[in-house]
Design a protein around this ligand. Structure first.
Ligand code: GTB
Length: 220
């Protein structure tokens, strides 16, 4: 059965592959699983029909027969568990790869988002300029630890895994920020992930969806 995922009809990231359908698309491409995409508007996302599959009114979701899943990490884990390519067979290595998935989402991405979100929500507040370097340093500490662990390796624990997929995607949120530039091995790690054919296919697909939506609106 071909799974269907949901993604933004018109992504606010303007096709930069930062929305959370991107790791799901990437995982599906890595394991060679064809998929369909249902594009949803902001309005449709908040409607009861979509909330029945995603309680928070967000994308992405994943439907495969009777199975309906939300949370991009859970979806990537499900995809990685169904088909080979993203998790090692050996039980201990598999458990460690899953550990890296959680580290990506709850340790690294969390620090990146703590730093990023106030730039949207608190920019005009009197404390913002004083708080910014504190948030930068918190993220920097996490990145330094990750950089030390990665060292000169290509991937976090042997072969490329779902842990690397989510970690690279989390680091992509930093864009071309100096925080990534400061850690050359992490910048190279992200570039290695982005060079994977599966990443490129996923990226092209979400970019095409954004461009089609933008052309429909008359370009912007
Ligand atoms: N924990 C959930 C998951 O991982 O699936 C989080 C899902 C989520 O945050 N979805 C966002 C959403 O639907 C889109 S991806 N937001 C609409 C809403 O909450 O009303 C987050 C996102 C949005 C925009 C950018 N961007 O513009 O760069 C990047 C990431």
């Amino acid at each position: 059965m071909t799974p269907t995922i949901t993604a933004f009809a018109s992504s606010p990231d303007r096709g930069r592959g930062l929305a959370r359908d991107m790791p799901v698309r990437w995982a599906l491409e890595e394991v060679g699983q064809p998929y369909e995409v249902e594009l949803v508007s902001f309005e449709a996302m908040k409607a009861p029909a979509h909330r029945a599959r995603q309680p928070f009114g967000q994308i992405p979701t994943y439907q495969e027969g009777d199975l309906v899943l939300f949370e991009s990490g859970a979806i990537v884990l499900h995809v990685a568990g169904r088909l080979p390519g993203l998790l090692p067979e050996e039980p201990a290595a598999r458990a460690r790869a899953i550990g890296w998935m959680f580290a990506a989402l709850s340790t690294i991405e969390q620090a990146i988002l703590y730093r990023e979100i106030p730039t949207y929500t608190e920019r005009d507040r009197p404390w913002f300029e004083a708080r910014k370097p504190i948030l930068d340093d918190q993220a920097r500490r996490r990145l330094a630890d990750l950089s030390d662990r990665l060292g000169r390796a290509d991937w976090l624990d042997g072969a490329f895994s779902a842990g690397d997929l989510l970690m690279v995607q989390a680091l992509r949120r930093l864009g071309s920020s100096r925080l990534l530039e400061e850690r050359a091995n992490l910048a190279a790690y992200v570039a290695r992930g982005e060079a994977r054919p599966a990443f490129r296919r996923a990226f092209a697909a979400q970019r095409a969806a954004f461009e089609a939506a933008s052309a429909q609106r008359g370009g912007d």
